[in-house]
Design a protein around this ligand. Structure first.
Ligand SMILES: [Cu+2]
Length: 135
């Protein structure tokens, strides 16, 4: 009987680990004719798509982000003052445009800061990603 319990526990752990590590959805921004890198992003339960975003340093970025359907509230938070980035925006069904210019190369994590009561935070459930600022 304990063996079945152990197997169940193992499966549960695997599932939890899988859920917390969403598949990589990478987007490499291109610079538009007007010199702006535009990134379209969706935030949903519980993911960002894309979740790896590559942009060029010292080129303006416009993050066009909106919420997928569903009742849970979401936001996007990216604090990287060393790179001139300070983002904290509630998401809803209409596209929000967040503008900034990254001034330093590096990998900067972003996340949804929401949590419902005592449940795992959205970040813990996979709602996070990385902004990669490259040369
Ligand atoms: Cu969220």
């Amino acid at each position: 009987m304990w063996k079945i319990g152990a197997v169940m526990l193992l499966l549960l752990c695997c599932f939890a680990a899988f859920a917390a590590q969403p598949a990589e959805r990478r987007f490499v921004a291109v610079v538009d004719d007007d010199g702006v890198q535009r990134v379209r992003m969706i935030g949903g339960e519980y993911y960002f798509d894309p979740n790896i975003v590559e942009v060029k340093v010292n080129v303006p970025v416009e993050l066009h982000v909106k919420k997928a359907g569903g009742v849970a509230p979401h936001d996007i938070v990216l604090k990287a003052p060393e790179a001139g980035i300070d983002v904290a925006e509630e998401l809803d069904g209409t596209e929000k445009i967040i503008s900034f210019t990254p001034t330093k190369t590096g990998s900067y994590p972003f996340e949804c800061s929401k949590r419902f009561l005592f449940f795992e935070s959205h970040k813990e459930q996979g709602m996070h990603g990385v902004l990669e600022v490259v040369e």
